[in-house]
Design a binder for this molecule. Structure first.
Ligand code: ZN
Ligand code: ZN
Ligand code: ZN
Length: 367
């Protein structure tokens, strides 16, 4: 699997005249070699010349953590007194176009630019995103398993089995985090809990506010499930509940959101420009008069990273392809008052949209 991914990367490098691909911290490295770099100041880097063997340059003290795959990459552990940038530069040889992973520390890129003064630098995602964004059947099943896990948590939330009233947002968030791990994830990526007016802030940081009666509670949570091969896949879901009978005004707002989200999902088909999914959802929200309250794109790709290509946003006219997986998550945010978002992960199958999240989409009343 890793070898065939690198083969595809080399084919794209040839298309784009990239001589060497350098991957460091971030999701590219485990995707292409099964090893995730510690986010440290010591350099870890997979150096992939277009026409040569890939080499993992790794601090010697981290080398024992690497599952060696000689058919995929060679190892070059470096000692504390060696200069890893010099090692990478020599492995890159006479490369004149280098693509570097988007999450590489800038300190290493700055040093590499100094050591390879004539090279042209490109974003690693130019090479990696077209590969990572088209999932195999196995990857879709891993995303489906992660989605099913957070669906079970959403179900408990909607049935009132997760305590809300009298707890702080931060306490509810911590409980969601515990359940994310208990449901088989290896990492919690986020657990937004936003009550009442806080729900008008899309990326609200859960805090000391206590959840009271008769208010909306927006929960957006997800984690990463790491497989035996060292590659992790992410979940991401948003559901809202109301701690009491919602006023008709909120019911109406949520009804619009419900329709918009369903329209976005229904539009998610192979060949459709990504922006058309955004338009399908946004046009319903705009027609209902809430257009100014939908302040973000409709979605983001998901896979080994919680946010990756393709982005479901106006201006992205790239046609969607079978194997893409992304969120459809419109929201309506009325500052100072309340807000709501409804989010599923949707994969594109040749037959059309394949929603991976199945938790109920209605506004649940919990009291
Ligand atoms: Zn978000
Ligand atoms: Zn989310
Ligand atoms: Zn999301």
């Amino acid at each position: 699997m890793f070898a065939s991914r690198l083969d595809r990367a080399r084919a794209l490098m040839a298309d784009q005249s990239v001589d060497v691909l350098m991957l460091s911290v971030g999701a590219d490295l485990p995707y292409f070699c099964g090893y995730e770099a510690m986010p440290l100041e010591r350099l870890t880097m997979l150096v992939v010349p277009r026409d040569g063997e890939a080499t993992l340059v790794v601090p010697r003290m981290e080398a024992p953590r690497v599952v060696e795959r000689p058919e995929v990459f060679g190892m070059r552990p470096w000692d504390e007194t060696e200069d890893p940038v010099d090692i990478v530069t020599r492995l890159a040889g006479s490369a004149s176009v280098a693509a570097v992973g988007d999450h590489m520390w800038s300190r290493f890129l700055v040093e590499l630019m100094g050591a390879m003064p004539d090279a042209v630098w490109r974003r690693g995602s130019d090479v990696t995103a077209p590969i990572r964004s088209v999932k195999t059947a196995d990857e879709i099943e891993r995303l489906r398993a992660a989605a099913a896990a957070v669906d079970r948590i959403a179900g408990r939330l909607q049935r009132g089995e997760i305590e809300l009233l009298g707890l702080t947002e931060a306490e509810v968030s911590a409980e969601l985090g515990r359940q994310i791990l208990a449901e088989g994830h290896d990492r919690v990526n986020f657990a937004i809990v936003a009550a009442g007016a806080n729900a008008a802030s899309p990326h609200h940081e859960p805090g000391p506010r206590i959840v009271g009666p008769d208010e909306v509670v927006l929960c957006d949570f997800g984690g990463t499930m790491v497989g035996d091969d060292g590659v992790g896949y992410c979940s991401d879901i948003t559901r809202c509940v109301y701690t009491g009978e919602p006023p008709s005004e909120f019911d109406e707002l949520y009804g619009v959101l419900f329709e918009a989200q369903a329209a976005g999902v229904a539009a998610a088909a192979a060949g459709t420009p990504a922006q058309d999914v955004d338009r399908a959802a946004r046009s319903i929200i705009a027609a209902a008069g809430y257009g100014d309250y939908f302040v973000h794109r409709t979605g983001h790709g998901i896979g080994t990273e919680a946010h990756e290509d393709p982005y479901i946003v106006e201006g992205n006219d790239q046609p969607l392809a079978a194997g893409n997986a992304f969120s459809v998550e419109p929201g309506i945010y009325v500052p100072g008052r309340w807000g709501a978002r409804l989010e599923d992960i949707v994969a594109i199958s040749p037959a059309g949209p394949d929603p991976l999240n199945r938790a109920d989409h209605h506004l649940a009343v919990v009291a």
